[in-house]
Design a protein around this ligand. Structure first.
Ligand code: I3S
Length: 128
């Protein structure tokens, strides 16, 4: 993040479409409900938007659209989790608060990029 005139500008790291389902809330298991989500990695957060059609990287601005939910990546854990789904290219994101999400795409390279970029942010936060 950079600061100009007292305003913090969070860095947009990555944005795109992924299939997403939440599988735990505070350690409590949830029933899967896979949906396509517009996912934005900005600052220390992974932000999910419900309506992918109305979102593009160029149209995304803070405060421009209402996120469905947001995940604090500090202390979060990532792991590939093809064993948790019949889908391929699945990884699990677990937050410190015990929320767990599965993220997936049919495109292998895209999923690897997301995994590596999110892991990079988690690693950076661990050093701060
Ligand atoms: O791991 P699960 O519970 O077998 O996941 C599947 C189910 O949640 C299923 O929903 P219903 O049980 O409500 O019909 C979903 O439609 C599937 O997509 C889930 O499995 P995958 O393998 O797609 O993660």
């Amino acid at each position: 993040s950079g600061t100009t005139n007292g305003t913090v500008h969070k860095e947009l790291e990555k944005a795109g479409l992924l299939n997403k389902t939440k599988i735990s809330e505070g350690g409590r298991k949830l029933r899967k409900n896979w949906n396509q989500s517009w996912v934005v990695l900005v600052g220390n957060s992974l932000v999910f938007f419900k309506d992918p059609k109305s979102q593009t990287p160029s149209s995304w601005k803070p405060g421009n659209s209402r996120p469905e939910s947001s995940v604090d990546l500090r202390g979060a854990q990532l792991e590939f989790a093809d064993c948790l789904s019949s889908k391929k290219n699945v990884f699990k994101l677990r937050t410190v608060t015990g929320n767990e999400f599965l993220l997936q795409s049919e495109t292998d390279s895209l999923v690897r990029e997301w995994y590596n970029t999110i892991q990079g942010v988690i690693d950076r936060l661990a050093l701060q």
